[in-house]
Design a protein around this ligand. Structure first.
Ligand code: COA
Length: 230
């Protein structure tokens, strides 16, 4: 596990979560693992102990309508999904933590990772409604692009966002995505049909906020530069 230079607040907050009174989330661990620490959010692995939280988020129709699945998910379905997820590297997902408090606020990641063509699809849910509209989705989108390009060596990441999801479109644009097409009137929601907007970002158009520095091998001066880096 790479120490991301770890946010102390996260560790503190997690300890608080462990001693949380009934009704609050008890994570059962003392320190959340963080892979990538940004300014507003930090990303770490999905966690089995957070399945009740993930289940609550995915059952929130105000979030689900933006994802295209307005369904009542059961704990069994969520557990089956998680058991499948941990067995495959087709999807790479993170828990999103609010940096200053350490509370888990959502999940995000890459789906259908294709290493041959170096592509993937981005997905996100800021599940805690109180955490939306604070810049967390924007930074998360940027950090996941950073991971896609610098961590996995992918070249092209795309996403689908519904025409009515203005916050998503704005957040993704700020993170580095650009619209490249639309599938018209193919999403039924709230009594009418909406377009699905396709957005993409290429590695060559992206400037790494965190990982370029974090993943750079530390060479001593005798090793020289160019040759050792190829
Ligand atoms: C969509 C989502 C990921 C965005 O993340 P977020 O943390 O809420 O968004 P951010 O605060 O980073 O950015 C939202 C931007 O949209 C803007 N915005 C919000 N509502 C808007 C609207 N109705 N019209 C135009 N812009 C809007 C905000 O002002 C902000 O832009 P700004 O920083 O320039 O002011 C998050 O809200 C979410 O997960 N929602 C529920 C599930 C979902 O939609 N998942 C994604 C499916 S594609």
């Amino acid at each position: 596990m790479i120490d991301p230079g770890g946010p102390q607040e996260l560790q503190q907050a997690s300890d608080d979560v462990d001693s949380a009174p009934d009704g609050m989330v008890k994570t059962g661990s003392t320190e959340p693992i963080v892979n990538i620490a940004g300014t507003l959010v930090a990303l770490g692995p999905l966690r089995r102990d957070l399945l009740p939280l993930y289940l609550r988020w995915i059952n929130d129709f105000t979030a689900g309508r933006n994802l295209g699945h307005v369904r009542a998910y059961t704990a069994e379905q969520e557990t089956a999904w998680y058991d499948d997820f941990v067995k495959t590297d087709r999807d790479t997902m993170f828990t999103i933590y609010e940096h200053h408090s350490g509370r888990p606020i959502g999940t995000a990641g890459l789906h259908r990772v294709d290493h041959r063509n170096r592509t993937a699809e981005f997905g996100i849910i800021v599940g805690e409604a109180s955490a939306r509209g604070r810049g967390y989705g924007t930074e998360t989108a940027r950090l996941v692009l950073d991971y896609a390009f610098l961590g996995l060596g992918l070249h092209s990441v795309y996403l689908r966002v519904f025409e009515f999801n203005k916050a998503g479109q704005r957040a993704y644009t700020k993170a580095g995505y650009r619209e490249f097409g639309r599938r018209r009137q193919c999403q039924f929601m709230g009594g009418r049909l909406w377009d699905v907007i396709y957005m993409e970002c290429l590695a060559t158009e992206f400037s790494s906020p965190v990982l370029e520095k974090l993943l750079a091998p530390e060479l001593d001066s005798t090793e020289g530069g160019t040759e050792a880096r190829t």
